[in-house]
Design a protein around this ligand. Structure first.
Ligand SMILES: *Cc1c(COP(=O)(O)O)cnc(C)c1O
Length: 477
């Protein structure tokens, strides 16, 4: 696809305003400015050129609203539009956070969202401030650090399993911790291996449960005992709560600190760079350290507690104002719309769909850690005639988003598939048929994709050296 500059023609105009009898004013004279000597390098295009350009760009976007999006670990489920409607209600949209009286209703919703998340997770208190999952991890680790410092404990190691999401070690390093990896056994964390790395330097272990293989860490209580006995804490990566709503709670598993990804499980689409929200939940003893302000219930209603003298241990602010309110609103609407039964049902359907699709794909692909699949599973292309990358690229030609590939690292040629609860059995049947067809036409798909605007791109180079301006484009040619 051409850049908009390449479509331009010298002298072409989109819109020519009608002549006016208002006298012309020179800004140069009026404001004492100097006009630029060269005209600005803008594309010269008609209105139709612009409309087509952006419409075609928009059509190249892929979204859950276009088709199946089985991107493992990302929970690309359909977010009901009613929650978008609620977030767009004028009375919510047109408030300003500095107008404290005008946002009392919003504060009440924040308080109730904190309470609902606490109830779902079994944690004692919740802060809605962090703006993404990784930001929640960083905040949670800052809380752990503050708590341990306050108790004169100098602990500088964070243990992460080899199946961990990449943000876990990254957040730990960002927070100034050393990362210690622990190997899994049979896809699960091995308490014996854990015992070998736990010490009085262990600040915490970061775990997601179900883990990135979609398996429940059945030894979680023993793992908790081992870490707690050494004086360390348990951090729960709750990005993927989609498997356990209404079933088990991180608080009951013994976790001290956790984050949620509202933009995965709770009705905000994930990806595309839109706002996210990564609230943190904590046990009773960590609650005094939570960021301020925090929504509280008062004798007369609801308020934002922001008084550092009342909460001297608070780590302070981690985001401007109070977090992503629009996302919080959608999560609140989603939770009260579904209720406990609906949320439980969503998790059950997510697990059913993952197991259904796993069964279909197991006919043609191996799923190494297949016992006890919850919301997602990891298949391998190892031993097949196409690599995980080639299968992923071929899927694009069939109109599907590719699964997560080459993650988690403990499965070679990994294809990590999370269908989510919002997909019908027909969609899953069709997807499985397409995978089978791809695996039958090996030679053709080695060259895939055939129908995408770009073929195989150097993804690292695209991220490190993006070409975003005309000048960069000219330099690259
Ligand atoms: C998505 C995800 C994260 C990070 O969330 P972001 O909002 O993308 O920062 C962390 N852990 C797991 C397991 C995830 O799936």
């Amino acid at each position: 696809m051409k850049l908009i500059w390449e479509k331009g023609q010298s002298g072409r105009r989109g819109y020519i305003p009608s002549p006016t009898d208002t006298p012309e004013v020179s800004l140069e004279q009026l404001l004492g400015l100097e006009y630029r000597k060269e005209p600005l390098d803008l594309p010269e295009v008609s209105e139709l050129d612009v409309i087509r350009h952006y419409t075609n760009l928009a059509h190249q976007n892929y979204a859950v609203d276009s088709n199946f999006y089985p991107l493992g670990s990302c929970t690309m489920k359909y977010s009901p539009k009613v929650n978008e409607d609620i977030a767009r209600v004028e009375q919510f949209q047109n408030t300003h956070p500095l107008c404290e009286e005008g946002i009392l209703g919003s504060i009440e919703i924040m308080y109730k969202t904190q309470e609902l998340l606490a109830k779902i997770s079994g944690m004692a208190a919740v802060s809605l401030q962090p703006l993404a999952g990784a930001h929640g991890e960083l905040t949670g680790l800052m809380l752990i650090k503050a708590y341990q410092k306050d108790h004169n404990q100098l602990r500088d190691e964070i243990i992460v399993p080899d199946s961990a999401h990449g943000t876990n070690p990254a957040s730990a390093a960002m927070c100034g911790f050393k990362v210690v990896e622990v190997k899994s056994k049979g896809g699960l964390l091995d308490p014996e291996a854990l015992k070998k790395v736990v010490s009085n330097k262990t600040a915490a272990i970061m775990l997601t449960n179900p883990n990135t293989l979609g398996l429940f860490e059945k030894d979680i209580l023993e793992i908790g005992q081992i870490v707690h006995a050494s004086g360390g804490l348990l951090y729960y990566d709750g990005a993927n709560l989609n498997a356990l709503l209404g079933k088990v709670r991180p608080g009951d598993m013994g976790f001290d600190v956790m984050h949620f990804n509202l933009h995965k499980t709770f009705s905000t689409p994930h990806g595309g760079g839109g706002p996210g929200s990564g609230p943190v939940g904590v046990s009773e003893k960590i609650a005094p350290y939570l960021p301020l302000p925090i929504a509280v219930k008062t004798a007369t209603g609801f308020a934002l507690e922001n008084d550092k003298t009342k909460r001297p241990k608070s780590i302070g602010k981690v985001a401007t104002f109070y977090g992503s309110f629009g996302v919080i609103l959608k999560a609140f609407s989603y939770m009260i719309n579904l209720g406990k039964e609906g949320l439980t049902n969503a998790s059950e359907m997510a697990v059913l769909n993952a197991n259904y699709l796993k069964a279909l794909l197991s006919e043609v692909m191996e799923v190494p850690y297949s016992e006890g699949t919850l919301h997602e599973f990891v298949a391998t292309a190892s031993g097949l005639d196409l690599s995980a990358l080639e299968i992923a690229k071929a899927l694009l030609d069939y109109g599907y988003h590719a699964p997560t590939i080459y993650f988690p690292l403990i499965v070679s040629e990994a294809l990590m598939i999370e269908p989510t609860e919002t997909e019908s059995p027909q969609t899953l049947d069709e997807f499985a048929e397409v995978i089978k067809e791809i695996l039958e036409k090996v030679n053709y798909h080695k060259e895939a994709p055939h129908f995408m605007p770009v073929k195989r791109i150097d993804e690292v180079k695209a991220a490190r050296h993006p070409i975003l301006t005309r000048a960069q484009l000219q330099m690259s040619k």
